[in-house]
Write a protein that binds this ligand. Structure first.
Ligand code: ATP
Length: 671
């Protein structure tokens, strides 16, 4: 295939497009031209997007979901490639890249009124019909008793939402809501929602709302990058033998995944894909200052013995594990500085002091770079690190540098990019050398993470004690030379975290999602007195119940949680919640917040569903004596502790208990 051409089905004279109401991207033997409901060069009807989501909602098998989405995307590529990006944005339920921080600003009540406006029916009446979870299917089913087509349902098309600039893919009304963030009046937002709602014609489910999160779409239900595309793009693989085709598709997926890891922005990838084809992506797309990367994370280690065993002969370094907020700092060729959180959220406005400071600590010759660091609250008088909670009292947006009360010191620990060159494939020893050569330390402002390169168990233990005395959480232990590349977006064994708590046998904390609440009694009457927590199962994309929690809260914090969570009450649990009636809460809540929780230990439970099938076929795992520590504002629900991690924690705990029992047995024998 010559470079620059897209491997899509050649354009043969196509039959007239299907009636959009008949569009079915899930049909077997789908043909991207014959089965599409629009013609070559025409805009993708919004109804086709909505129908695709409906088919996805109906499917439970992951492969079927991928195939359905692939079929739709094949048609987009074959007929309207210029609209691929808007379609991907819709599939991801996001109006822009994560770092753009755009939100549609449309909530459930606003959407209700907007839809009522566009269909000329009362919001109250619709509400009585059920939740949004039930809405899409019913809305699309003409047989629903209350369903009546709008008086003049226009043929839905994105084009009818207005033209949008290249690389800015969401229909204009949606983006306008997205970028106006708080400043626009709800009525204005509603008007725009109404106008787009109308253009969705008879399929109301197509409206992308980032807040109401209908069941056909949590952000994580959209296929991860690289899974929905290849069959779409690689139509040419159809003639291959199944084995060869599978291998070929895997390779294409790998290329796309790798590209998306390094450049997680479809607005940048799609034009290259369309112009040069998928194989050429690595030549044109790579790590780019200004586009945040998903960070590398660490695996927990239970003790010094475990980490020495894991790293065997490989050289490693121990660094202090600072308790602050991850800061990925990008310096662009034009001198601009951007700061991104662990979630790729743009936090530049939170740290105007760091933005001023960075150019001053750059050594001559550094034109552009991406730095991995931890921003930690710092007391200038005592010249000491302050707890994480102090950092959290800093304003999040529009911080005025002159009015800053909580000072921050930046602890730099990695360099991912320097002067046009990505460094992620170099070993840590080389990256660290470049880091130290490229920046100047300034006490209390910019410092390299304190590190000790040692192989002695005693020295590691001593260093851990020093880290704790210096108000750090523990150590990060990292391979230096062998197997020491930077793994974007991975929780890797090349980095191990060793916390004091693990050594005390208290275990790590878990980050869990609140999915339900129990009504309070006595002193807690009128608010929630307890909560149902869940971990996230990446395989099934479900939230699995893990424990009920009622301790660790002050009365004030309970009031606050109530105020926030009552806005997220659901009429019924989401279909992707896994729970047992033995622990059903009084109120179901949308999965919107992650809490850090400490527990006594983990036990097998017939009532909770966490990690079911991983340790026991039928039973799940639950936490004993869970205690609330804090809200993890920096984690999304899908970034909560996974069920695999829960199973690993349980197994490790068992190993330790067995070991302790064996030692006790030996002692008893001795006496
Ligand atoms: P935790 O609750 O422990 O922060 P986590 O899931 O957020 O867990 P981990 O993989 O456990 O992340 O630990 C990595 C985090 O530790 C990083 O995201 C970073 O914010 C912080 N950190 C502090 N010091 C270092 C260091 N020297 N090297 C790497 N990360 C560090």
């Amino acid at each position: 295939m010559p470079p620059g051409t897209l491997p899509v089905t050649p354009r043969t004279p196509s039959p007239p497009p299907l009636d959009p109401s008949q569009y079915d991207p899930a049909r077997s033997g789908y043909h991207p031209l014959r089965d599409a409901c629009w013609g070559p060069g025409q805009s993708v009807p919004y109804l086709a997007v909505a129908r695709t989501f409906e088919r996805i909602e109906e499917a439970s098998a992951r492969l079927k979901i991928i195939e359905t989405l692939s079929n739709f995307l094949r048609s987009v590529l074959a007929l309207s490639p210029g609209e691929l990006l808007p379609c991907l944005r819709l599939c991801l339920n996001r109006p822009g890249a994560a770092s753009e921080g755009l939100e549609l600003g449309i909530g459930e009540s606003l959407l209700t009124r907007a839809l009522a406006g566009s269909w000329r029916r009362s919001a109250a009446r619709r509400r009585t019909r059920g939740t949004w979870g039930w809405w899409p299917r019913a809305a699309a089913a003409p047989s629903a008793p209350w369903w009546r087509p709008p008086a003049s349902a226009p043929r839905a098309s994105w084009a009818s939402c207005g033209r949008w600039p290249p690389c800015r893919a969401t229909p204009r009304p949606a983006r306008r809501s997205a970028s106006s963030r708080g400043s626009s009046s709800p009525a204005g937002t509603r008007r725009r929602a109404t106008s787009s709602g109308r253009s969705a014609g008879s399929c109301a489910s197509g409206w992308p709302s980032s807040r109401c999160s209908p069941p056909w779409h949590t952000p994580s239900r959209s296929p991860p990058p690289g899974q929905g595309w290849p069959p779409a793009v690689l139509d040419a693989g159809q003639g291959m033998a199944p084995e060869a085709r599978r291998a070929w598709l895997e390779e294409q997926s790998r290329i796309l995944k790798q590209t998306f890891c390094e450049l997680p922005d479809y607005a940048a990838i799609v034009p290259v894909l369309l112009e040069h084809g998928l194989e050429q992506l690595p030549q044109h797309c790579g790590i780019t200052p200004g586009v945040p990367l998903k960070p590398m994370l660490a695996q927990p280690a239970r003790g010094v013995g475990e980490l020495l065993k894991r790293f065997e002969e490989a050289a490693f370094t121990c660094e202090y594990k600072y308790d602050g907020e991850r800061a990925q700092i990008h310096v662009l060729e034009n001198g601009a500085v951007f700061i991104y959180s662990r979630n790729q959220e743009n936090t530049t406005a939170k740290y105007p002091d760091l933005v001023d400071r960075i150019p001053k600590v750059l050594k001559p010759g550094v034109r552009s770079c991406i730095l991995d660091a931890e921003a930690v609250a710092w007391d200038r008088t005592t010249r000491q690190i302050q707890p994480f909670q102090v950092l959290m009292t800093r304003k999040r947006k529009d911080v005025d540098a002159a009015a800053i009360k909580v000072q921050v010191c930046l602890y730099a620990f990695d360099l991912l990019y320097l002067n046009g060159e990505p460094l992620v494939r170099q070993p840590l020893a080389a990256r660290r050398k470049l880091l130290r050569q490229s920046f100047e330390e300034v006490e209390g402002e910019f410092v390299f993470a304190t590190a000790a390169d040692t192989r002695s168990a005693e020295e590691v233990s001593d260093f851990l004690d020093k880290a704790i005395k210096a108000s750090c959480e523990g150590l990060m232990v990292k391979t230096l030379e062998v197997d020491a590349t930077y793994e974007i977006a991975k929780r890797s064994h090349k980095w191990l975290k060793l916390k004091k708590d693990y050594l005390d046998g208290l275990g790590d904390t878990l980050d869990l999602v609140v999915i339900g609440a129990y009504l309070g009694k006595g002193k807690r009457a009128g608010i929630y007195g307890g909560f149902l927590l869940a971990c996230y199962d990446e395989e099934s994309e479900e939230y699995q119940s893990i424990c009920k929690i009622g301790t660790g809260f002050t009365e004030e914090s309970l009031e606050k949680h109530y105020g926030f969570l009552k806005e997220h009450v659901l009429a019924q649990p989401r279909p992707y919640y896994r729970w047992d009636s033995g622990a059903a809460p009084d109120r179901w809540l949308a999965a919107v917040q992650v809490w850090e929780v400490k527990c006594g230990d983990l036990s097998i439970s017939p009532v909770y569903r966490a990690a079911v099938g991983l340790v026991d076929e039928e039973k799940g795992i639950s936490l004993r004596f869970p205690r609330f520590l804090r809200v993890r504002e920096d984690k999304k629900p899908e970034e909560a502790t996974s069920s695999t991690q829960v199973a690993e924690l349980y197994k490790k705990q068992q190993q330790i208990q067995n070991q302790q029992q064996a030692e006790k047995g030996e002692d008893e024998e001795f006496y």
